[in-house]
Design a protein around this ligand. Structure first.
Ligand code: ADP
Length: 258
């Protein structure tokens, strides 16, 4: 004899099941629309430099320029846009690895002061060209941290690059010190700043305060989201403080190595 008993869910249970399904549907839709927005952004970002490359190579091919100077200007555009494409592709590659949790970091004991010096050397020409001065106060005695030196340099170069890109005149300040088992790094500029209402979104992929300015200055809109990911993969935190017309300050904190 089969004894089949069916328990009928209560109204309450049905109600919460209904709510759960609803939430799942909302989440799934949000995921879908984020995904399609992301791909729309990528194709736009790829298409723009490619259309410049195509346009200016046609102009050169057909000899549609008035002078040698004009020709050089077009060649410079081609060079800049090629660089942007390479950066974009590298950034996208890093980002996709991170999202899959497959970005391999080569952890070792790293002295952040060495990384900062190296990064500063890399950007010094750019800083000089813009007439910006560097004020640095890097404590040589800060302890080591556990991190990947290549990725740490990428973080710092990125933040310094932004500081230079979004600053017309004044200073770039770099400070590093040890305090309460943590290594602190501050990168601060006297640039355009970021409006308060934009700050919560600033680490999102492709989020830019002024698309045209970022593009003009060679930005990809992916830098800060990669920086945040890389900082967190190395057990650090990043915070931002900014005022329009005054400047922007990023602070990094990493646990000191044992
Ligand atoms: P981008 O390649 O556009 O610079 P990021 O992800 O590095 O992309 O930065 C996102 C946006 O945050 C930038 O487009 C810019 O509007 C703003 N931003 C980043 N760093 C600074 C800074 N130091 N000063 C002012 N604005 C900044």
């Amino acid at each position: 004899n089969l004894d089949i008993r069916v328990s009928v869910p209560s109204d309450d249970e049905l109600g919460s099941l209904g709510k759960a399904i609803n939430n799942l549907a909302v989440e799934t839709n949000r995921y879908r629309s984020n995904r399609s927005e992301f791909f729309a952004n990528i194709s736009h970002e790829l298409r723009t430099p490619i259309s410049y490359l195509r346009g200016y190579s046609q102009v050169l091919k057909q000899g549609l320029y008035q002078s040698e100077k004009e020709k050089q200007q077009y060649l410079n555009i081609i060079e800049d846009e090629t660089d942007r494409l390479v950066r974009l592709i590298n950034d996208l590659f890093d980002l996709s690895k991170m999202e899959e949790g497959k970005l391999d970091l080569a952890f070792e004991k790293v002295k952040l002061d060495d990384i900062l010096e190296k990064a500063l050397l890399k950007v010094s020409m750019e800083m000089e060209q813009k007439g910006l001065s560097l004020r640095s106060d890097i404590d040589k005695k800060i302890s080591s941290i556990d991190g990947d030196p290549v990725r740490l340099e990428q973080i710092v170069v990125n933040l310094l690059g932004n500081a230079i890109r979004y600053t017309e005149k004044g200073f770039i300040d770099v400070k590093a010190w040890y305090e309460k088992n943590q290594v602190h790094v501050i990168i601060e500029d006297t640039g355009v700043g970021i409006p308060e209402e934009e700050i919560p979104f600033i680490f999102e992929r492709f989020h830019r305060v002024e698309k045209s300015r970022s593009r003009e200055l060679g930005g990809t809109g992916l830098g800060l989201s990669i920086v945040k990911n890389l900082v967190e993969l190395q057990n650090g935190t990043i915070s931002i403080d900014s005022k329009v017309g005054k400047g922007t300050r990023f602070e990094l904190r990493f646990p000191a190595a044992e």
